[in-house]
Design a protein around this ligand. Structure first.
Ligand SMILES: Cc1cc2nc3c(=O)[nH]c(=O)nc-3n(C[C@H](O)[C@H](O)[C@H](O)COP(=O)(O)OP(=O)(O)OC[C@H]3O[C@@H](n4cnc5c(N)ncnc54)[C@H](O)[C@@H]3O)c2cc1C
Length: 492
């Protein structure tokens, strides 16, 4: 059976083609059949992230007889790979972190990714290694309301019906977090898995609602409503923080009502469900990571390409240190994030208004990873060792990711803080350069959080050697580009 993401993409393409066919312009004319001696078809690929590189790989696969040549035009002078970005503190094998993509679940819609790993010979057990989504012994921590509890203790609390183990007194916290969220969204997940078309129609019938609305308003079959404090708790515990100043309207969000809540629950219900299906796929899939970092993938593709990656009828004008270059292409494949594409002058292309709206309005979530190179792998030496997985807190640090690679080794680099949405925007205010006073303040705050989360009394345990912060929202070459998330504000 085709995967949900696959069918989702097919639906979008079909709708797009139907709309094109009905429009004044109609479908673009087919290219005339090629003569053997005709000029090569030149394709310009904008962006050397994995999408651009994969497009080039596909063209190479067609072979020279296709008559297609390509240039990959990449704006970033320092590196390729885009959001496959591995920062290495040194040459030591585990002294790195993935600032972008870091884990890959073996679920149906990741098949092309795993096929790519195989094609690139990256699927051997030394390269494609297990990614621990959680610590093997249930030691990962939740630290909310100034109290730390391990996953194992939380499960026990759930089992005995103590649904507020952090004593938050949150109104409506009368069941486990999974059950409370699941009650509202699982029916869609089941339908989409069992009968995609039926599930899709059901999802589209409620596509005007955001996740927040869906929880707050009596719009599902059971007409159950969740009070605002409970919604905030669920958002904090399962994703990212939004602003508290939220007033419920009975209007769907895609009316003109302004949205001031940059947490993840303001995203479309449909997006949250599709996203949830990536992480909560049943039966639980194996997860993998690439030993050595995500850019091993993009570098392996580049090694195989037959044509160039260079800063270089569609006329593409590129400006680089060597001057202004005009190139003409029969086709251009843009793989750059919409925030970047918006900075390109595309006015001559006369994009339809809907496309322009999508380019301007599609929400890309913000994300920041703060990696710290410590002196020791202290997290694996605690009385309750953290071996892979992640811990969560309501403090600014929000999520700590313990590396699944190099377990037991000397290299002591970890993602000390991973934030999204408003949590990331706030951390972003402190990202002002490696040696800035602001980053020192941020590091001190993260260390305080780490100490409290893990019960560390002797702060020298957390002595560090170096740090690196990647703020995707502030990156010119991703331009607020973490995960595109459908927002209810606009429908594309
Ligand atoms: C923090 C984070 C965590 C993630 N985690 C995961 C994960 O665990 N698993 C997973 O599967 N996915 C994950 N993702 C998503 C994954 O990284 C992306 O989906 C994927 O890398 C996007 O590739 P792309 O080629 O489409 O875009 P990009 O990688 O963004 O590539 C676009 C390229 O365009 C270039 N560009 C920008 N402007 C111009 C211009 N004007 N001209 C030419 N080139 C330009 C950029 O420099 C870049 O190289 C994560 C992403 C982020 C940010």
């Amino acid at each position: 059976m085709p995967s949900v993401r696959h069918q989702y993409a097919r639906n979008i393409i079909l709708e797009h083609q139907t709309r094109l066919a009905k429009s004044k312009a109609g479908l673009p004319p087919l290219l005339p059949p090629r003569e053997n001696n005709s000029e090569p078809i030149r394709i310009g690929i904008l962006g050397a992230g994995i999408s651009g590189l994969y497009a080039a790989l596909l063209i190479d696969y067609l072979g020279p007889e296709s008559g297609i040549t390509y240039d990959i035009l990449e704006a970033n002078p320092d590196r390729t790979g885009g959001r496959l970005y591995t920062h290495r503190f040194s040459d030591s094998p585990n002294d790195y972190f993935d600032a972008g993509a870091m884990r890959y679940p073996k679920i149906p819609w990741m098949k092309p990714t795993f096929a790519l790993f195989k094609f690139l010979n990256l699927d051997g057990p030394k390269t494609l290694i297990p990614y621990h989504l959680s610590d093997l012994h249930g030691n990962n921590i939740r630290h909310f309301n100034n109290t730390s509890m391990s996953s194992a203790r939380l499960e026990a609390a759930d089992a005995r019906g103590d649904f507020d183990p952090f004593a938050t007194k949150t109104v409506g916290l009368t069941d486990t977090i999974n059950n409370l969220v699941g009650h509202k969204i699982d029916p869609f997940k089941h339908m989409l898995t069992e009968d995609f078309q039926r599930g899709w129609e059901a999802l589209m019938a409620v596509d005007q609602w955001s996740m927040r609305d869906w929880l707050a308003l009596p719009v599902d079959d059971s007409q159950r409503t969740y009070p605002e404090p409970l919604i905030k708790y669920l958002e904090m515990a399962t994703s990212s923080t939004g602003e508290l100043s939220f007033s419920i309207t009975t209007e769907p969000v895609n009316s003109q009502a302004p949205i001031n809540n940059p947490g993840l629950f303001h995203c479309a219900l449909s997006e949250m469900i599709l996203d949830g299906m990536d992480f909560d796929y049943q039966p639980t899939p194996e997860w993998f990571t690439i030993q050595g970092g995500g850019d091993v993938i993009s570098n392996a593709v580049i090694d195989r390409l037959t044509q160039s990656t260079r800063p270089a009828a569609l006329k593409v004008t590129t400006t680089s240190e060597s001057g202004v270059v005009d190139s003409e292409y029969a086709h251009v494949i843009s793989t750059m994030p919409f925030g970047c594409l918006r900075m390109v002058d595309t006015s001559a292309l006369e994009f339809p208004w809907e496309l322009q709206t999508a380019l301007r309005a599609l929400h890309y979530d913000s994300a920041i990873k703060v990696a710290v190179k410590f002196k020791t792998r202290w997290w694996e030496k605690l009385p309750q060792p953290q071996v892979g997985g992640a811990s969560t807190t309501d403090r600014p640090t929000r999520t700590v990711v313990y590396p699944s690679y190099g377990i037991g080794s000397e290299d002591a680099t970890m993602i000390a803080s991973y934030t999204w949405a408003q949590d990331a925007l706030r951390i972003g205010a402190y990202v002002k350069g490696h040696d800035s006073a602001s980053e020192q303040v941020l590091l001190e705050c993260i260390k305080r959080d780490l100490a409290d989360m893990h019960g560390i009394k002797d702060m020298s345990v957390l002595d560090h050697v170096d740090h690196k912060i990647v703020n995707w929202y502030g990156d010119e070459y991703s331009n607020d580009a973490s995960f595109p998330t459908a927002s209810c504000e606009y429908k594309i």
